[in-house]
Design a protein around this ligand. Structure first.
Ligand SMILES: Nc1ncnc2c1ncn2[C@@H]1O[C@H](COP(=O)(O)OP(=O)(O)OP(=O)(O)O)[C@@H](O)[C@H]1O
Ligand SMILES: [Mg+2]
Length: 222
């Protein structure tokens, strides 16, 4: 049974007094534990698609079902609850400047699971090479280190789905490969679905499936 099912998705944006169609009847399915790369030209709609899957935007028509939840029919409060359970990773790391690395990583976990000790915290931190950085502030870290903090924060939230929008966009090629390898490996180990937007064809080899977005359509690349 697919974990993500998108049927006949249509979405338009208002562009001045014009309506611009971003998606026209898009259909796709992603099965349990699959890792998906999403490629496409700038402006093709990759971020918009992630925002629809994250419940930040709502489709004009069509259905989006994620882990049995028909989020396209959800109202604001249900969407807010749904959003707290997924992992989001961005190109700009969106860490809180005044909190140290450990506090940044635990922030969302502690909001969602106030009575729970984080599962395998030190094992995760070690895998991400952050053990000796826990007391540092974000501005004392390199770009790659900040991105690893973002990954730790997303994973620790125990999501079934992680949506990542060009998480390697600010990194050099070697670092980009390292980050994607760590992220895909952690998601496999923890049975987390991953949908990652990237501009890089080279990074697509780490994924089970690769989709290309163009002209409002999503096609699987073999
Ligand atoms: N807030 C917005 N209001 C109006 N139009 C928008 C808005 N955000 C994006 N768009 C338009 O929607 C289309 C898809 O944008 P989107 O950001 O999803 O592209 P993308 O594939 O993520 O591009 P990039 O690779 O540059 O990040 C573009 O034509 C863009 O101009
Ligand atoms: Mg984008």
């Amino acid at each position: 049974m697919p974990v993500i099912r998108v049927s006949n998705l249509c979405f338009s944006r208002q562009d001045g007094d014009q309506i611009q169609s971003v998606f026209k009847n898009v259909n796709f399915k992603i099965s349990a534990h699959e890792q998906v790369a999403l490629l496409g030209d700038s402006g093709s709609g990759k971020t918009t698609l992630l925002h629809l899957l994250a419940g930040v935007l709502s489709p004009d028509s069509g259905e989006i079902e994620i882990n049995g939840e028909l989020i396209s029919s959800y109202r604001a409060q249900q969407l807010a609850h749904y959003r707290r359970k997924i992992g989001l990773i961005f190109q700009h790391y969106q860490l809180l400047d005044c909190l140290n690395v450990e506090q940044n990583i635990l922030f969302q976990h502690n909001l969602n699971y106030p009575d729970q000790t984080p599962h395998q915290f030190h094992e995760l931190i070690e895998k991400l090479g952050l053990s000796d950085k826990l007391m540092k502030l974000p501005n004392q870290l390199s770009g790659g280190e900040q991105q690893r903090v973002g990954i730790a924060r997303a994973i620790l939230n125990q999501p079934k789905l992680i949506l990542a929008d060009e998480p390697t966009g600010n990194l050099d090629q070697t670092r980009a490969h390292q980050i994607v390898e760590i992220l895909t490996t952690l998601c496999k180990e923890r049975k987390i679905n991953l949908v990652m937007v990237t501009h890089s064809q080279h990074l697509s080899r780490y994924f089970n499936r690769v989709y290309m977005l163009s002209n409002g359509q999503l096609n699987e690349r073999n």
